[in-house]
Write a protein that binds this ligand. Structure first.
Ligand SMILES: Nc1ncnc2c1ncn2[C@@H]1O[C@H](COP(=O)(O)OP(=O)(O)OP(=O)(O)O)[C@@H](O)[C@H]1O
Ligand SMILES: [Mg+2]
Length: 475
């Protein structure tokens, strides 16, 4: 739908308008996705004439028909390109619209905040931010439950900030959350900007590989460890067979320790090349420090979740870890989580994965959408490189938070999101300033909304470090 907008009327991209047919008593809900000049015949000619004559002519302007003031208005009249998102009939919002309002008897107004926000309110509300029309936008946390979500946008636009808001809101409502944190920027979620501990603090548990993130071999189990060796450490298949044999022997003798495993590999009766391959992987695992023979120092996830039944966020700090180790950690953790979920030890788990391509195995992407989701593992992918997320994830995502992209290639990828038309994404996303995002999906009751993400009182870390202090003002 196209609408004319006069110079004294203020509209932003993303605004919702109500076009009410006064005779039929029903209204269309229209979202503005682009703002252009109205190209009225003759206006260009008039603008050109202005440009040529400016300053070169003197004297009084003769305007016998008094049209110059009207022409001035027309020059600044804008054409709004809108998408019809629904209608209000008999006081209720509907999605099926098969009619157009009369051009004679309709009037256009901004959509009243109350009407719009009522639609979003819920039992598990959290304040996501504001827009210039709606000072407080509350969204529904339950709309993240059981869902697949994506947060993406250019560098430094506020993705991690929004993720922190989602994580703290979920923990606040009692949900178990895990954050795979590649930059070590989530560890202080429980502290205020001046370093004080806040009420959420005891619920934010930072897991540091080798320190309090350690596993015993029996906890991990053969199949998970084999998967890790083959995938994260590229162990050839024939060596994997020998490894299984060694493992089973140790298991029979009740000797599943790193020390015994190291000795058994050194004494294994097999070809030298296989032994070398096994030894090299064993050394990597051993050096990583994430395996322990002392069951008391091993991380007991089941107990941890049980002790924090009123919500917690486990922040897996993978800062400064090399890539194979990150893969090992994620492999082990995901297998533990799916185990807990399938044994009903955990009802559900919200997983936030920043830059998942750095550590997530190829075959896991499909798993995340299908198998793991049915088990209760609900993932949110966060990235500044949209092409690292597989296109099937875009098509299936239930909620998408899009920050600015201006590059055509990136826009092309994010416009694959199935929940909204690609025009909306292209037109709105490329003009978004930092800290503002287009929210699509269930969290906004499927009415795409441009939101200024609210600020947080917590220490967010993760801000880019600059050499020249005054370069700080990216925004
Ligand atoms: N809504 C907001 N209100 C106030 N400050 C914000 C907001 N969003 C982001 N910031 C600040 O802007 C900076 C960049 O934000 P953030 O780290 O979330 O960006 P990012 O998109 O995750 O960047 P990168 O791609 O580098 O990870 C941070 O210092 C953050 O605290
Ligand atoms: Mg970030």
């Amino acid at each position: 739908m196209q609408l004319l907008c006069f110079p004294d009327e203020e509209v932003d991209k993303g605004d919702y308008l109500l076009v009410t047919d006064r005779v039929k008593q029903r209204s269309l809900i229209v979202q503005v996705i682009d703002i252009q000049y109205a190209n009225i015949p003759g206006i260009l000619e008039d603008l050109l004439r202005d440009g040529i004559s400016e300053g070169s002519l003197s004297g009084d302007e003769v305007d016998p028909f008094k049209v110059s003031s009207q022409i001035r208005v027309l020059k600044d009249t804008r054409l709004l390109v809108g998408k019809i998102r629904g209608a209000i009939e008999n006081g209720r919002i509907t999605r099926d619209v098969a009619w157009l309002p009369s051009r004679n008897h309709s009037h256009v107004e901004a959509m009243p905040a109350k009407l719009f926000l009522e639609n979003l309110s819920s039992r598990h509300a959290f304040e996501i931010g504001s827009s210039h029309r709606f000072p407080h936008i509350n969204s529904d946390l339950a709309a993240l439950d059981g869902r697949l979500n994506i947060v993406t946008g250019r560098k430094g636009t506020g993705k991690s900030h929004l993720t922190k808001l989602l994580v703290t809101s979920l923990v606040h409502e009692g949900a178990p959350v895990v954050v795979l944190d590649v930059n070590g920027e989530y560890v202080n979620l429980g502290r205020s900007t001046d370093g004080r501990e806040m009420h959420l603090s005891p619920k934010i548990i930072s897991l540091i590989p080798g320190l309090n993130l350690r596993f015993s071999l029996s906890q991990v189990g053969l199949s998970t460890l084999l998967g890790t060796l083959i995938y994260a450490l590229a162990l050839p298949e024939n060596s994997a067979r020998i490894f299984s044999r060694i493992w089973r022997d140790l298991e029979r003798q009740n000797q599943l320790t790193m020390t015994a495993l190291g000795a058994a590999i050194a004494n294994a009766d097999c070809h030298e090349s296989i032994k070398d391959a096994l030894q090299a992987r064993f050394n990597t695992l051993d050096d990583s420090g994430i395996f322990t023979d002392d069951a008391r120092t091993a991380l007991n996830l089941e107990e941890l979740f049980r002790n924090h039944s009123t919500g917690c966020a486990l922040v897996v700090n993978m800062k400064n870890q090399y890539s194979a180790l990150r893969r090992i950690i994620v492999e082990l953790l995901i297998s533990k989580f799916t185990d807990l979920l399938s044994r009903q030890k955990l009802r559900a788990l919200f997983l936030f994965a920043e830059e998942a391509h750095l550590y997530l195995r190829e075959t896991y992407w499909d798993d995340v959408v299908t198998r793991m989701r049915h088990l209760g593992l609900f993932t949110t992918f966060v990235t500044n490189q949209p092409d690292t997320i597989q296109s099937s994830i875009y098509r299936q995502a239930d909620n998408v938070f899009l920050f600015n992209f201006s590059n055509e290639h990136d826009l092309e990828i994010v416009s694959k999101v199935a929940k909204v038309d690609s025009d909306t994404i292209r037109m709105v996303v490329r003009d978004l300033p930092p800290h503002r995002c287009l929210v699509i999906g269930d969290v906004v009751a499927n009415f795409p909304l441009v939101v200024n993400v609210r600020s947080l009182e917590i220490q967010t870390l993760g801000a880019t470090r600059y050499f020249f202090e005054d370069a700080l003002a990216i925004a």
